[in-house]
Structures are given as structure tokens and as C-alpha cells.
Design a protein around this ligand. Structure first.
Ligand SMILES: C[S@@+](CC[C@H](N)C(=O)[O-])C[C@H]1O[C@@H](n2cnc3c(N)ncnc32)[C@H](O)[C@@H]1O
Length: 212
């Protein structure tokens, strides 16, 4: 079997395949993928969240090995941060670093067994091809206090193709979210061109809104 990588991650065909991929990728995710590709997305999401006013406690959605929480702490986010992810192996790597207050293993495409207790909900890299679609948004809104700040990255390859644009408009139209802002960012830095030219210039939308 070949080594797990980004191209494999973006062509996953369902939750079982996704879980198997991250089981194999967890050990080399930070040192191989994130460092090798100069993975900028967690820093962009963290900066956008804080610039929009932020909130606490924070839930990091599809938290993986904790890269977004690390960037948030470095940029001054105080207060508790929790992680939700369905991969035990990715959460295991996060646990070793000790940033999160609580690690929750759950599939975010289904209702999540947590109380409504968050002032901030953030995510980087989880809403992308082969991963999670906009069907997760209602499950996240169910965990947010009124006024909670959201900052969620959505890969531009799936933004319209998987109906994220329509889902966000529908939530706004229904009065469930407010203060919608979209910021387009580069996902990877210069080093990515040598490692994975097909994805090196990929961009994402950072979707900012507040729960009503
Ligand atoms: C590309 S990684 C991003 C990890 C981290 N946020 C980062 O930016 O490095 C995507 C993460 O989403 C998680 N994931 C994928 N589908 C999921 C689902 N249905 N429910 C919960 N987590 C999921 C994977 O296990 C993986 O850790």
C-alpha cells in the first residue's frame, strides 16, 4: 500500500475510507504533510476568527492533530478549547500535545453528544473533497450559544460543487446566522509546489458568521 497523502485524502469515497486513511496518516501528518506542504490554513482560520472578535470556549471541528488550536494559542486565544474528530488516531496525536480540555470522538455528520456550550466554533481542512459536506452545519449550530463566532474553512473545489454556498445562504435567509463574511485564502505555502504541484495553489473560503 502506498503512503497516505493529500491526493489520497481528497479522493476518499466515504466515512470508512476516511477513517482508514487518517488511521494510517496520523503519525506522519504534522512532520510529513503539514511541514512539507507549508500548511497555512490553520493560521488563516485562527487569524480570521480572532479578527472577527472570537469567542470562548472554543470547539475545533475535525481537529485532527491540533494544528488550529496551536495557532490560536500562539495568537493569544485564552480559555478552554475542545476537539471533535472521528479519528481516534488523529485525536491521539492531539492528546500528546495537551492543548485541548476535552477530546470528543464523534462523526460530525450526525448529531454530536455535547451540550450547547461554545462561544466559538472553528475548523480547518475538514470541509473539503472526500471529507465533510454542509450537512454538518446544523449539528454545529446546535452546540453554539447565541452570538457564538464561527470560522470554518471550505476548500474552493467543493464550495459550490457541494452546495456550501447555498447552505450558508439558506441559514442566513432563515435567520439562523448573521454577520456573514467570506475570506479567500491560500491553503499552502511556497514549499508545496515541489511536493504536490496538483494541489499547491489550492484556495479555501474562510466562512465567518455568528450564531443567532
Ligand atoms: C485534513 S484533516 C484537518 C485536521 C486539522 N483541522 C488541520 O487543519 O490540520 C481533516 C480531519 O477531519 C476529520 N474528519 C473527517 N470526516 C469527519 C467526520 N465525518 N466527523 C468528524 N471528523 C471528521 C479527519 O479525521 C481529520 O482529522
Amino acid at each position: 500500500m502506498s503512503e497516505p497523502d493529500l491526493s489520497g485524502a481528497l479522493t476518499l469515497t466515504g466515512p470508512e475510507a476516511c477513517l482508514a486513511h487518517y488511521r494510517a496518516w496520523a503519525a506522519s501528518y504534522d512532520s510529513g504533510f503539514a511541514e512539507g506542504m507549508d500548511y497555512l490554513l490553520p493560521a488563516h482560520v485562527a487569524a480570521a476568527f480572532l479578527a472577527a472578535g472570537g469567542g470562548s470556549p472554543v470547539l475545533d471541528v475535525g481537529a485532527g492533530t491540533d494544528l488550529l488550536a496551536e495557532r490560536l494559542r500562539e495568537m493569544g486565544q485564552a480559555g478552554p478549547m475542545d476537539a471533535v474528530d472521528f479519528s481516534a488516531e488523529m485525536l491521539g496525536r492531539a492528546a500528546e500535545k495537551g492543548i485541548y480540555r476535552q477530546l470528543v470522538q464523534a462523526d460530525i455528520t450526525k448529531p454530536i453528544a455535547l451540550p450547547r456550550q461554545y462561544g466559538g466554533i472553528v475548523s480547518s481542512g475538514t470541509f473539503t473533497a472526500g471529507h465533510v459536506g454542509p450537512e454538518a452545519f446544523p449539528h454545529l449550530l446546535a452546540l453554539a450559544w447565541p452570538g457564538a463566532q464561527f470560522a470554518l474553512s471550505v476548500n474552493l473545489r467543493v464550495w459550490a460543487a457541494q452546495g456550501f454556498d447555498r447552505a450558508v445562504e439558506a441559514l442566513q435567509g432563515a435567520g439562523q446566522i448573521t454577520a456573514l463574511q467570506l475570506i479567500e485564502v491560500q491553503i499552502y505555502g511556497a514549499a508545496a509546489a515541489a511536493l504536490d504541484p496538483d494541489h499547491a495553489t489550492d484556495r479555501a473560503q474562510v466562512v465567518l458568521f455568528r450564531a443567532v
